[in-house]
Design a protein around this ligand. Sequence first.
Ligand SMILES: [Zn+2]
Ligand SMILES: [Zn+2]
Length: 326
Amino acid sequence: MPDCAEEIFVTGLVQGVGFRPFVWRLAQKLGLHGYVRNCGDGVRIVVAGPPDQRAALVEGLAYPPARARIVTIERSMVAKGGWQGFTIEASQPGAVQVGIVADMAVCTACNAEIADKNDRRHQYGFTNCIDCGPRFSIVTGVPYDRTRTTMAGFSMCSACGAEYANPQDRRFHAQPIACPVCGPQLTFTSDQHGSSQVLGDAALDSTVASLLAGQIVAIKGIGGFHLACLACSEVAVDALRARKHRPTRPLAVMVRDMPMAEVYASLCAVECQALEDVSAPVVLVRKRRACSLAPNVAPGMERVGLLLPYTPLHVLLMQKSVSHWL
Ligand SMILES: [Zn+2]
Ligand SMILES: [Zn+2]
């Protein structure tokens, strides 16, 4: 059949990883017509075009986005539709068998944006893109689409909408896309001097000021709350332990970056690699004897659990606070 339509059904970790934009680019390059769509049990690609081009698309699937994990690819011939070009179609619910990828640590490109004074996401704590940010924590159902995430209540502004619709943009079909205009905002609440609430950048500054003053802050992240305090203050750590009724359990320490991790621990190559992994794990490492960490962070232990900031909010908090206490 010289010019037929084919369905290519892909299962595995293929939603929330930029898979549909990836297929879209591939199909565009090969001049194929048809569509790609998320289903409850995988991703359905339907393409019309010459056999060689269709085969090239399947070959191209061997090099998916970094976070994708393809388990199966099934090919079957289908009736040709009147497709003009290649599109990303609305999702179709089905048997819920698709894998949801884990949340991912903020990527280098997003970090560069929040550090750039001229970028519209400068210092925006909820910046994310197709390569990073929350996935599992925000999903309320499958197929993975914005309407089935906790971002459903935030309507995209026109700038975010343009990025979301632009195949050349790394936020093309990035479901948690957000910016200071349309996305979640920071709020800081304290009952220290009567109940008070501050918003935006002031919330960030108040959080840093509270931490530096030895107070405890519950920081809402993408997967829950972190109870945070200054790790070099024995008094602050004691207060946290008393409130949580955790007299001795080792606590994890967030460090700003790798050079800061080296200040507290001597790291081997494997430990460095683990710390910088996209899953941003807590890594148990050998504590330096002379470091400034409060002894009650991990009482009686030679090791300490370190982790790097994994959300833009963490990045901003660490940048604003660390210079004061290193
Ligand atoms: Zn990113
Ligand atoms: Zn926006």
